[in-house]
Ligand binder design. Structure first.
Ligand code: SAM
Ligand code: SF4
Length: 333
């Protein structure tokens, strides 16, 4: 096992460094592997779902240890985080952990009509809303379940609820939704939302469209795009941003613009396993450790050892990558 440096005298206070010397400040927490949708690019046909999920108190415990190690931002994802009946309590407990500055959620928006305001009041500051199409037929083709009108109302409810930051995540698939990109930009900008287009990663079906080609396609459609000099907000993720007349447009390009060098994140999967990289293997069974009576120091040591093995980067572009990775639903995108 590689460790970044000798273990600090108090493993609960020193900053969290990975094997490459990167400081880790951002935690992505998959709060469930279940989902009310079955997006073609995300869920394997055989996905079963885990019954024994972490409780709100266990999430709070894990986040409080990470916060003592320097984690400042937490994102709740899944599966679909909002299908947990206790999601408002989970969010509220995490937002109240000392040291946590920002709590965000990535959601398919299907439950936001009801939950946008309670989650805002619980302390969630940012929502990333996933929407790949404005066509009902394409929506059914991609998501298999759910109803586009409900999603659009959920998005509007989150706009009305006054979040500090709203982003629209679009996974771009050749021949499926790539020609809708200008319409999705207009839909987002009309609501003050920043649209972001994601290169399809090899977790399911579909053909990716490289970002450079997509930018050319958008410009050819008549929408001027000018690159922003600097990243809009380097702390908020690996997107690169361009400016359109209606606002910013983001591109997340895991395949063609590897951003692993600046990675500041660590993941906890829905089974409670810490995963140091989206493209890596399970490395610390935090849930099992908690249920076995681990102290905070034990958890901090397990986290530090796992981060000592964080790879330099993912391996998505290698042949057969998709078959060797866990489901996106279990890890959280
Ligand atoms: N259910 C929530 C949602 O859909 O927003 C949260 C979980 S989902 C796994 C998180 C993000 O990952 C979504 O924005 C989704 O579009 C994205 N995603 C899922 N599979 C992907 C893939 N194969 N390539 C790129 N992005 C993907
Ligand atoms: Fe569910 Fe989100 Fe995966 Fe779609 S992308 S199947 S909504 S977890």
């Amino acid at each position: 096992m590689t460790l970044p440096s000798p273990l600090p005298r108090d493993p609960l206070t020193a900053p969290l460094l990975d094997a490459q010397g990167r400081t880790i400040t951002y935690l992505r927490l998959s709060v469930t592997d279940r989902c009310n949708f079955r997006c073609t690019y995300c869920s394997p046909a055989s996905w079963g779902g885990k019954k024994d999920l972490l409780t709100p108190g266990e999430f709070e415990r894990i986040v409080s240890v990470f916060a003592r190690l320097g984690i400042r931002r937490v994102r709740l994802t899944g599966g679909e985080p909002l299908i947990r009946p206790d999601i408002v309590e989970v969010a509220q407990r995490i937002a109240a952990v000392p040291g946590v500055e920002r709590v965000a959620i990535t959601t398919n928006a299907s439950h936001l009509e009801r939950l946008a305001v309670p989650l805002r009041e619980a302390g969630v500051t940012q929502l990333n809303l996933s929407l790949d199409t404005l066509s009902e037929a394409t929506f059914r083709r991609i998501s298999k379940q759910g109803d586009l009108a409900t999603i659009l109302r959920g998005i509007d409810a989150s706009v009305a609820a006054g979040y500090a930051s709203l982003k629209l995540n679009v996974v771009v698939m050749r021949g499926v939704n790539d020609l809708e990109v200008p319409a999705l930009i207009a839909h987002a900008h009309a609501r003050g939302i920043v649209p972001r287009f994601i290169e399809l990663m090899p977790f399911g079906q579909g053909t990716p469209v490289p970002t450079a080609e997509l930018v050319e396609q958008i410009q050819a459609s008549g929408l001027p795009l000018v690159p922003e000099d600097a990243r809009h907000d380097v702390t908020s993720g690996p997107a690169s941003y361009w400016r359109a007349p209606g606002g910013l447009v983001g591109f997340i390009s895991p395949l063609t613009q590897n951003f692993c060098g600046g990675c500041n994140r660590v993941r906890v999967a829905s089974n409670g396993d810490l995963r140091s990289c989206l493209g890596g293997r399970a490395q610390a069974p935090l849930h099992a450790l908690i249920r076995g009576g681990a102290t905070d120091t034990d958890l901090a040591l397990a986290i530090r050892h796992a981060l000592g093995e964080k790879p330099e980067g993912h391996r998505f572009t290698e042949p057969g990558a998709g078959t060797s990775l866990l489901s996106m639903m279990g890890i959280g995108g």
